[in-house]
Design a protein around this ligand. Structure first.
Ligand code: ADP
Ligand code: ZN
Ligand code: ZN
Length: 725
């Protein structure tokens, strides 16, 4: 009898032992079906041992080792084990979360690759045999007759009604199901030639190629439009040509399809797998399996793709490495960017972190020589945009738009150039106010204001999703004249339409891009010059190439300037650099105008001078003085309860426990910056140390003790390297 140590998706820091009569070391990494309490669950075999600390009489037999489905390799488990230890999150939950949904569930999970082939009877069938009302069936029959075989990918694209019709056609013998013929189409590992490289690109590519086959971390720092993508593609081409796989991580934004297309064009015969949250479970599993078998040579994905099994990994690229979406902020709080470096080092392959505005941690790692710095300091085809501020003090900016900005927009309209007005708030106005009693529209479930949305005439909470119709009168004093305060994208859109009635204006925010494909359609309209003025949130900030966009106007940046979070200015600098980077990528010279009350603020002057070095060095000096990362290492214990007092009491208790352990700095428990969220109240406790090992030793013991001191009043989570305090 063997003991099988199983990781399960349950929130405790332990594994579970089961008996098995035929398990061997070869089963480590396999899926296994076990009985846990009253439930059947899927787990992962982490170890196979001869004995257990639990007496054999109290152990259950495994229900079944699932040997016919994919198992994680030792290398996969090594990364997951690191992640579990470093982020102090239970190994069982970590390993299970690395699997696609389908593989976590009990039951049949591997999709059979089935084709539907037209039969002779089906070929001769007439559309008129079907009733005119049967639109789906008619459409499907014509499609089948045009194509004769529907692959499973084609079937995926059918509507539910058409899929039903598919089964009806099989029943009447018009179609027959058959297993997919060839498992994998033949691949050629060649890439099409790219554009001739600039000398700077060429240097960067040379360095990367020189590192293939060994671990080395690179920071590719290139201003917006400097051709970083081309550098990634060249390095990827070399890695693929060597027969290895490339993992390309991108932020959680609408950019993925664009990059997918670019990569697909460059590697026409190479199997590319995408892994991001926009896929359904079947697609995710299929793409995951293609990476797992090694068939997919390029895997392109968001944060969650970092755990994809890659038997022949040869290169990792993290594009826009500073982006906060690489960090998961709930539950298992890992940083895919940081794990990319760990994974590269475990596997002995190079990793490239690319950005125009690297995070200060990465910047510092390059500065002290841990990462090799590669630089692309100039744009490929264009001059850098000129950046200026519009001082708002003493200026009447009706609707938030200053006369100077309006004049600049008018000039661009006259010349046929496009303008982007950037404001990072959607809706009409961020709050509704009563001027007679001072009432503000607040969310009763969150410490946040309700945002006015027109034309729905609704108040919406952007944090918990609460919605209510706009009240007829002030709920406090009955005043019927409630006034919107401040601006959001809808209000700016309306104001611009008044100022420029002939201009074609397009608003781009989460409200207008929610529908699938709507963003793609909008992008095409912008590129084909069917739009004069864009009004948008940060959806528009990153990575897009709009050749006719010449002017960028930035509204309300000051709101992000003064925040309690010490990373606020780093984030704002990055955001404004990204937005500015949209201007002047084509023929027209780019111009960026930032409206601000504080034009002399160092952030704006560094931005105007486009001097990242100066800004980053200033921030580093501040952080060193104040004792913030990257000079210390931090963890945050968050607690939530029905009342903030309960959360604080739990944290005080946790602090007492921690004080006994010692070895780190424990701060006071404080209410979270946003105390109420969706009816729960939150507080947090910061722990830090200048020594990473000391911090982690502390966290390991502390977490254990906290887990044992089962407090029912508060729910808690521990986040290592928190990005938001
Ligand atoms: P980044 O990602 O650094 O902002 P991109 O990779 O989007 O920049 O490149 C900016 C533009 O320059 C793109 O249109 C790209 O096709 C073009 N480009 C990149 N490299 C070259 C090159 N070597 N020669 C000509 N054009 C290039
Ligand atoms: Zn009132
Ligand atoms: Zn709310």
């Amino acid at each position: 009898m063997k003991i099988v140590r199983v990781g399960l998706d349950v929130p405790v820091g332990q594994t579970f032992d089961y008996l098995s009569c035929d398990a061997g070391v070869g089963d480590v990494g396999s899926r296994v079906l076990v009985q846990f309490g009253k439930r059947a669950m899927i787990g992962i075999v982490l170890e196979v041992q001869d004995s257990s600390e639990v007496p054999a009489t109290r152990l259950k037999q495994v229900v079944r080792l699932l040997r016919d489905t994919p198992a994680l390799s030792h290398e996969d488990l090594r990364l997951l084990r690191f992640a579990s230890q470093y982020y102090h999150y239970p190994m069982g939950q970590v390993v299970v979360s690395a699997l696609p949904q389908r593989l976590r569930r009990v039951g049949k999970c591997i999709p059979a690759e089935t084709d539907y082939a037209l039969t002779k009877v089906g070929l001769e069938a007439q559309v008129d045999q079907l009733p005119t009302r049967a639109r789906a069936r008619r459409k499907l029959l014509l499609a089948c007759q045009a194509q004769s075989v529907l692959s499973s990918a084609d079937v995926q694209r059918l509507s539910p009604a058409e899929r039903k019709a598919l089964n009806a056609f099989v029943a009447v013998g018009w179609l027959e199901r058959r297993a997919r013929e060839s498992a994998a189409p033949a691949q050629s590992y060649a890439a099409l030639p790219g554009l001739p490289l600039t000398p700077r690109q060429s240097d960067a590519v040379e360095s990367l190629l020189g590192a293939l086959g060994q671990f080395r971390a690179f920071l590719l720092r290139g201003v917006t439009g400097s051709g970083k993508t081309e550098v990634y593609l060249r390095a990827a081409a070399a890695a693929v040509a060597r027969g290895t796989q490339v993992l390309l991580l991108v932020p959680e934004i609408a950019l993925t399809p664009q990059l997918e297309a670019t990569v697909g064009e460059r590697f026409p015969d190479v199997r590319i797998s995408s892994l991001h949250s926009g896929l359904n479970e079947t697609e995710r599993l299929r793409n995951w399996l293609a990476a797992y078998t090694g068939e997919a040579r390029i895997v392109l994905g968001t944060r969650l793709a970092i755990f994809t099994p890659l038997p022949n990994l040869g290169l990792i690229v993290v594009d826009e490495e500073h982006d906060a979406s690489f960090k998961q902020s709930e539950g298992f709080c890992y940083s895919a960017r940081d794990l990319a470096v760990v994974r590269a080092s475990q596997r002995g392959v190079p990793v490239v972190l690319g950005s125009a505005t690297p995070s200060l941690e990465t910047y510092y790692n390059a500065k002290v020589g841990r990462y090799t710095l590669l630089e692309l300091p100039t744009r490929i085809n264009a001059r850098p945009p000129s950046i200026a501020s519009i001082p708002l003090r003493g200026v009447h900016a009706a609707d938030g738009l200053s006369p100077q900005l309006l004049e600049a927009v008018a000039k661009r309209l006259a010349r046929g150039d496009q303008t982007l007005i950037f404001i990072n708030r959607r809706g009409f106005a961020p709050v509704l106010m009563c001027h007679s009693c001072g009432w503000l529209s607040g969310c009763h479930r969150c410490s946040a204001q309700l945002v006015l949305h027109l034309p729905a005439r609704e108040l919406r909470c952007h944090h918990c999703g609460y919605r209510a119709p706009v009240p007829q009168a002030c709920p406090e004093c009955g005043n019927p004249a409630l006034a919107p305060l401040g601006q959001g994208t809808q209000r700016i859109e309306a104001a611009l339409a008044q100022h420029f009635p002939a201009a074609r204006i397009l608003r781009i925010d989460r409200d207008t891009t929610r529908r699938k494909h709507s963003w793609n359609d909008m992008r095409d309209r912008i590129r084909s010059r069917e739009v004069d003025i864009l009004v948008g949130t940060q959806i528009l900030a990153k990575g897009h190439d709009f050749p006719h966009l010449a002017l960028v106007g930035v509204l309300n940046a000051d709101a992000m300037l003064y925040s309690a979070d010490f990373r606020a200015s780093e984030r704002l600098y990055a955001l404004l650099t990204q937005v500015s980077g949209r201007a002047g990528r084509g023929d027209a010279h780019g111009e960026v105008l930032i409206q601000t009350e504080f034009p002399e603020h160092p952030l704006y002057s560094a931005l105007r001078a486009q001097d990242l070095e100066r800004f980053a060095e200033g921030l580093l000096a501040d952080r060193r003085r104040a004792g913030f990362p990257p000079f210390v290492h931090q963890a945050l214990l968050r607690a939530e309860a029905t009342k903030v007092e309960l959360a604080l009491a739990f944290l005080e208790h946790a602090k007492e426990i921690g004080r006994v352990l010692g070895g780190v700095d424990l701060y006071d428990a404080v209410p979270a910056p946003m105390v109420r969220l969706a009816g729960r109240e939150r507080a947090q406790l910061l722990v830090q140390s200048t020594s990473r090992p000391a911090l982690h030793r502390f966290l390991a013991t502390w977490r254990d003790l906290l887990e044992k001191s089962k407090s029912r009043a508060a729910r808690w989570t521990l986040e290592v390297d928190p990005l938001e305090l």
